[in-house]
Design a protein around this ligand. Sequence first.
Ligand SMILES: [Fe+2]
Length: 149
Amino acid sequence: MFRLTPNDVRVRVHEDHVEIRSRVQEVRDALRDASSASPPRWGPALSLCDAVERHMEFEDAELVPLLSAADAWGSVRAGSVAANHRVQGSIIIALREDIRAGVRSTAELVDEIRWFLGALERDLESEEDVVFADDAFGEEAVVSEQIDG
Ligand SMILES: [Fe+2]
């Protein structure tokens, strides 16, 4: 079966994280631009939810197995990424429902989204500490391309 190399996975994770951070900024802009007269555009937040779900699907399929196979601690790192994804996935489902249901007040929704953005950014950072560590995929994995950022 075709599998991506560790370097392919790192490049893709990096590209996805860049895209997600740019979408996080779009969501912040949409929330900031809102006023009492015009509620925020929720579209950027919904698009971010979709993008994070797609990204987590990729990581569950390609990153988690690579981490698991790396070394004695690999299964622990893989388990931690997978557990974070389950939490993030539940939050996204709840957030999407709250946005679409229109039951919560604008202020409550804005607070909820801002909290989600902060949690998401912390998760991206802690995941990068794992994925871009030299020994993330074991000693045999050779990274041939420098990734910045
Ligand atoms: Fe990620």
